[in-house]
Design a protein around this ligand. Structure first.
Ligand code: ADP
Ligand code: ZN
Ligand code: ZN
Length: 733
């Protein structure tokens, strides 16, 4: 009985369960001595697991007889600061993700396995003998006396913080047996960061943007809408420098560090050792070291990809998200969340400004800016006064093509190459050809596990499925009719590269896609060769859209704009426009004005026309009006319940039951639509269906979702499917 009234430890434990776990404190430990944010080892099923203490509760829904005692406390001090605990709780709740997985997937592997949260530092402490000695015994050794007094007053000291005479005194006191070495956590004393370089003289627009962000005014969200080449990076650098001089850290998130090695180089040049990088390219030990540097405050600038949003900060001063429209800020594997939207929550909790930068902001952010929740900072002109390149369309229905390259595009390429320009061709499809086709019977080779065609990769003569990774040799004969007349149809980057070698035999080209950049550093090497002008034609995928600065490129060709025009996903047109503008932004950055040619079979499509005539701003304004009229995001909130199974029927049965359940809650202002098959119903051998929840506002939607996970888990149909909730889904396919 006495035990049932003992305070309960509420823990986040990595398990696919939509809730926290309750335990009693370890025998002999008072709950009052335990701070949220520490790790505790507990019995879990038949094994043991580490949990993170998120709070202490007065009572539990678990019957007293079934509550177990925790085994062991790992930390004296919290691993995570209160702001992160609150952020992760909020995130797990908002996105309806299992909280244990939310908390633990954010921690470096070392910490998940029990490593200390702070790097160890060697220190010295008094021995019992040292405590007993009187000061006047050291009258002839004033430095030793002084050190002894410091140790008595302030406890153990870090050796790294002692000056050389004090270190010699420490050695002498050790020899007397009055002082002994010990291990201490890393210092959290104010670090002495190196002073940053001055940086460039700002243009008036940049200066206005920098002045518009007022860290002393606390939390605010700023949308920095600057065209490509307007110098957003320098704005970030100067904001961070200002924060550093005020003793505060800055966190800057980018889509992919590997794709933008220039930023890291610039940060290191400006801030030296005060920079630490957190991204997926790091080994476990490096990652833990970088995380500790952020937590102790040793690093002033923390740069990373989306999960770096969860880096603990000793002295938070500023958060920046560059390319805020980029879909990589959304995590869709494992725990689902938007780092951009959580950045707003974190900045508000910390009372620091958040800067969202992009040439092509998301419609969500544009709506917030329009309604005054975000402050809009605009940089509509390029550095050096160059114009943004003009876009024009090439009608593929009217012009002959060679391997997907139309006559006007080829003519323009010759013109630009003759004038010493460089050319960038964009095609978001790697491989040689997107399909292998039998010219006798019309059979197309499909992936055995997906509703998708196999892509032909010519250099190693393999067929690969880009959705599940299945691969095999290119067959000699048609599976259906035995004919040997198999032909690759359509173009991928590999085929374009081959065609270019034939069409422009004396001009060096390079292909940049995932197939050519697997090896470490090969991307950086390719980019360097482009920047030096050795490579004159560049063909590549999405990887080329990310923030690269190539002063020599004067022509951009977008080989196929039609992929995004007629997609079933309502966001496809927004993505297409962002991609076109970002790719287009790679050219005309030097002396030469840029030219952008877009190949399409639908040159009268209103979306393409508007983008060409009015640029991204006009396009986005029109799309916003369309979404508002249709009651679609950002003027509505969506969530998807996705389910999948090896057979077709179970996901459908589960979602039908889920629909009835959700409707039975009777929450006004919500709609439940479906279930319907996913855009690609079968992927990697699993059939996928989805149910859509729609509301005008997030409140009723959250009310609906709040009751859902626990009830879904209890449905009998749930046993035969894997399901996941996707709040604010980035796509509906
Ligand atoms: P964005 O990120 O907005 O596309 P960048 O940050 O890549 O633009 O800047 C474009 C180019 O302009 C870079 O080469 C950068 O070094 C240069 N630049 C930026 N600000 C200045 C400035 N104030 N003075 C001179 N050059 C600048
Ligand atoms: Zn055939
Ligand atoms: Zn497949």
């Amino acid at each position: 009985m006495a035990e049932a009234e003992a305070p309960i430890l509420r823990l986040a434990i990595p398990a696919p369960i939509h809730g926290y776990f309750d335990y009693l404190p370890p025998p002999g430990t008072a709950a009052a001595d335990l701070a949220p944010g520490i790790r505790i080892e507990v019995p879990f099923g038949r094994g043991r697991r580490l949990g993170l203490l998120v709070g202490i509760a007065a009572d539990s829904e678990v019957p007293a007889a079934r509550l177990r005692h925790a085994l062991r406390v790992l930390d004296q001090t919290p691993v995570l600061p209160p702001d992160l605990l609150a952020l992760l709780r909020w995130g797990a709740d908002y996105y309806r993700q299992p909280p244990g997985e939310m908390f633990w997937s954010m921690l470096p592997a070392g910490l998940r396995q029990g490593a200390a949260a702070a790097a160890a530092a060697r220190g010295i402490a008094l021995t019992p003998a040292g405590h007993g000695h009187a000061h006047d015994e050291l009258r002839r050794a004033p430095r030793q006396a002084e050190l002894l007094a410091r140790l008595r007053d302030s406890g153990p000291l870090r050796i790294g913080e002692l000056d050389p005479p004090a270190r010699r005194a420490a050695a002498a006191l050790c020899a007397r047996g009055w002082v002994e070495p010990c291990e201490l956590g890393e210092s959290t004393a104010a670090p002495d960061w190196p002073a940053p370089d001055t940086g460039l003289a700002l243009t008036p627009e940049q200066a206005a943007a920098v002045a518009g962000v007022r860290p002393d005014a606390g939390f605010a969200v700023h949308l920095l809408q600057g065209v490509t080449g307007s110098g957003k990076t320098e704005v970030y650098l100067q904001l961070m420098a200002e924060r550093l001089r005020a003793g505060a850290q800055s966190l800057i998130l980018v889509p992919e560090i590997g794709l933008t090695p220039q930023l890291l180089t610039q940060l290191r040049a400006r801030f030296g050792a005060a920079v630490c990088a957190l991204h997926s390219g790091l080994g476990d030990a490096e990652r833990l070291a970088a995380w500790r540097a952020a937590r102790s405050g040793r690093a002033a600038i923390i740069v990373g990809t989306r999960s770096a949003l969860f880096a603990p900060l000793a002295r938070p001063g500023l958060i920046i998200l560059d390319e805020e429209h980029d879909s990589s800020f959304r995590q869709q594997e494992g725990v689902r969340y938007s780092a951009r939207d959580l950045a707003v929550v974190r900045a508000r909790a910390l009372g620091v400004p958040l800067v969202l930068g992009s040439a092509t902001p998301s419609l969500e952010s544009l709506r917030h800016a329009r309604e005054g929740r975000y402050q809009l900072l605009e940089m509509p002109r390029r550095i050096g006064g160059g114009e943004e390149p003009a876009l024009s369309l090439i009608d593929l229905g009217h012009h002959r093509q060679q391997q997907g390259l139309s006559t006007p595009l080829l003519a323009a390429m010759r013109r630009h190459l003759d004038a010493d320009g460089q050319v960038l061709l964009f095609l978001n499809r790697r491989g040689f050809a997107p399909a292998l086709w039998c010219t006798d019977c019309g059979h197309v080779v499909e992936c055995p596990r997906c509703d998708a065609r196999m892509t032909v990769h010519q250099h190693d003569r393999r067929l690969r499925c880009h959705h599940c990774g299945t691969e095999r040799a290119v067959p000699d004969a048609c599976q259906a009719c035995g004919s040997a007349a198999l032909a690759p149809v359509g173009q991928g980057t590999e085929r374009i590269e081959e065609a270019l070698a034939r069409l422009f035999p004396d001009i060096r080209g390079v292909r940049i896609d995932r197939d050519t950049t697997r090896r470490r550093d090969s991307l950086a090497r390719h980019l360097e060769a482009v920047r030096r002008g050795e490579v004159r034609i560049l063909v590549g995928t999405q990887m080329l859209t990310k923030g690269h600065d190539f002063p020599g490129i004067s022509l951009v060709g977008i080989l196929d704009a039609d992929q995004g025009l007629f997609s079933s996903d309502y966001r496809a047109s927004e993505r297409l426009a962002q991609t076109i503008i970002q790719v287009a932004g790679r050219c005309g950055r030097g002396e030469r004005p840029g030219e952008v040619l877009i190949q399409t079979r639908f040159p009268t499509h209103p979306l393409l026309q508007r983008l060409c005539d009015e640029g991204y701003r006009g396009f986005a304004a029109a799309l916003l009006a369309e979404r508002e009229a249709a009651g679609w995001p950002p003027y509505a909130r969506l969530a998807l319940l996705r389910a999948e199974a090896p057979a077709r029927r179970p996901p459908q049965a589960f979602l039908e039951a889920a629909r009835e359940l959700a409707r039975s809650f009777g929450i006004a202002g919500t709609e439940v639509l479906g279930p319907a098959p996913a855009g690609m119903e079968r992927r990697a051998g699993r059939y996928r269906q989805q149910l859509l929840f729609l509301a005008a506002d997030h409140r009723p939607l959250q009310r609906l979702l709040g009751q859902l996970p626990a009830r879904l888990a209890a449905l009998p149909e749930a046993r035969q499917v894997r399901w996941v909730i996707d709040v604010d889904p980035p796509d509906l396919i």
